[in-house]
Design a protein around this ligand. Structure first.
Ligand SMILES: [Zn+2]
Length: 187
């Protein structure tokens, strides 16, 4: 039987008790190991994990091959202006359907999140939402408005989201699957 390929990895030793393997977003393999564990055992551990590593590296390269060009400063301004008009309009539409009020609406450039809601009811949205399908933008609006009722992601929270958007799962799925590609355009 051919032996599985050994991927190059970065070894980080510390006072931990067990071995752990991590693949970063950029596809770097990081192994965390106890201080005195023999290199031989670490190599065997990485070899055993090869199928898992391969699967993950393939996913990462698939994502990179789909990569969209970064947004120019001009495009960001243009999209920001669209967001400033469009998002408050959707908030205004959905707030009575959720049955809540809200404070200030801020549109921001955010590298990791799509929206947030403060305890005072101020809403933040990522301007990149205008590059999502409209039903996905609406999902984020409803999600944040539902935080006016439940400041958590409990079953009660999701019930409220579902009451307004019965198909919220597929909208949320789009964001999980494709949202990263849009966030990467801010690099
Ligand atoms: Zn939330």
């Amino acid at each position: 039987m051919p032996s599985s390929p050994l991927y190059p990895y970065t070894l980080l030793r510390s006072k931990r008790k067990t071995l752990a393997l991590q693949i970063t977003r950029e596809g770097e393999i990081v192994v965390r190991s106890p201080l005195k564990l023999p290199e031989e055992e670490i190599r065997r551990f990485v070899a055993e994990k090869s199928p898992w590593i391969q699967k993950h590296l393939e996913q990462i390269s698939a994502r990179h091959s789909q990569a969209l060009p970064p947004l120019s400063p001009e495009e960001r301004v243009r999209l920001g202006n669209i967001a400033l008009q469009e998002i408050p309009r959707r908030v205004e539409y959905f707030a009575p359907l959720v049955g809540v009020d809200y404070g200030r609406i801020t549109i921001r450039t955010q590298h990791t999140r799509w929206g947030s809601c403060s305890s005072k009811g101020n809403l933040n949205f990522n301007f990149l939402l205008v590059l999502c399908p409209p039903e996905v933008l609406d999902y984020v609006v409803v999600h944040e408005l539902c935080h006016r009722l439940e400041m958590n992601h409990s079953a009660r929270f999701w019930k409220e989201v579902e009451r307004v958007l019965p198909d919220y799962c597929s909208r949320r799925g789009w964001l999980r699957e494709k949202g990263g590609l849009l966030l990467d355009r801010l690099k």
